[in-house]
Design a protein around this ligand. Structure first.
Ligand code: ADP
Ligand code: MG
Ligand code: MG
Length: 204
């Protein structure tokens, strides 16, 4: 991944979040406060503006800027969490980024989210989509970047679907207790969009 591919990825996430804003907000209305689509849209719109005026030669610089912008522009839980993911990913990337280095960066991003949010797999959060995505990316990295991104996207989508029967143990949805079961987690759903966007730009 180079700086142009990083920019294309973030732009594709912004487009996807806009297209799916209503769906994300509906999911969050069921088990949270109904703002997840709005939060991410505001955040990634701000990222697109910030990156337009930002000169960067490396994917790492682009993704670090993405993370710091998300942290500063999104009020909800998802802003600091996604911000930490992109910032840790960006900071961990070397100048030249192959699939293995990117997989290591994703692992650093997952670690940052877990450090901040303390969620474990099965707690019905974005971690339930991110963990299998990071594992799948690393496992498929020897087959190349595009193959790894496709594997990660499929794993994230599966992880998001698998949150439906779970009872939330972190975030606002946990306040509902047993009533949180039966709804797909909004953050896991948006994480699947993030990896679908990565697979799309990597294949282009
Ligand atoms: P808020 O809950 O502050 O309104 P959002 O609606 O934007 O923020 O994001 C909600 C999503 O954030 C949840 O669906 C869940 O995936 C994720 N989330 C919440 N708390 C945590 C946490 N502690 N660790 C990981 N993810 C979390
Ligand atoms: Mg919310
Ligand atoms: Mg909120």
């Amino acid at each position: 991944m180079d700086a142009d591919l990083a920019r294309a990825w973030v732009a594709a996430v912004a487009t996807s979040v806009t297209e799916h804003a209503a769906e994300l907000t509906d999911l969050d209305a069921a088990i949270g406060d109904g703002d997840h689509g709005v939060n991410l849209r505001r955040g990634f719109d701000a990222v697109v503006v910030a990156l337009a005026g930002f000169e960067a030669d490396t994917a790492g610089a682009v993704l670090t800027k993405t993370g710091t912008t998300l942290v500063s522009k999104v009020g909800g839980a998802s802003g600091p969490l996604y911000g930490s993911l992109f910032r840790a990913l960006g900071k961990s990337l070397p100048g030249e980024v192959d699939a293995v280095a990117f997989g290591d960066g994703l692992r650093a991003g997952l670690d940052a989210i877990v450090r901040l949010g303390k969620a474990a797999p099965g707690d019905k959060t974005m971690v339930d989509a991110l963990t299998p995505a990071v594992d799948a990316f690393a496992a498929a990295a020897p087959a190349g970047f595009a193959a790894a991104a496709r594997a990660a996207s499929a794993a994230a989508a599966e992880g998001a679907t698998a949150t439906t029967p779970l009872q939330a143990r972190k975030g606002r949805a946990s306040y509902l207790g047993e009533r949180s079961a039966g709804h797909q987690d909004p953050g896991a759903t948006s994480t699947a969009l993030v990896f679908a966007a990565l697979a799309a730009v990597a294949d282009a």
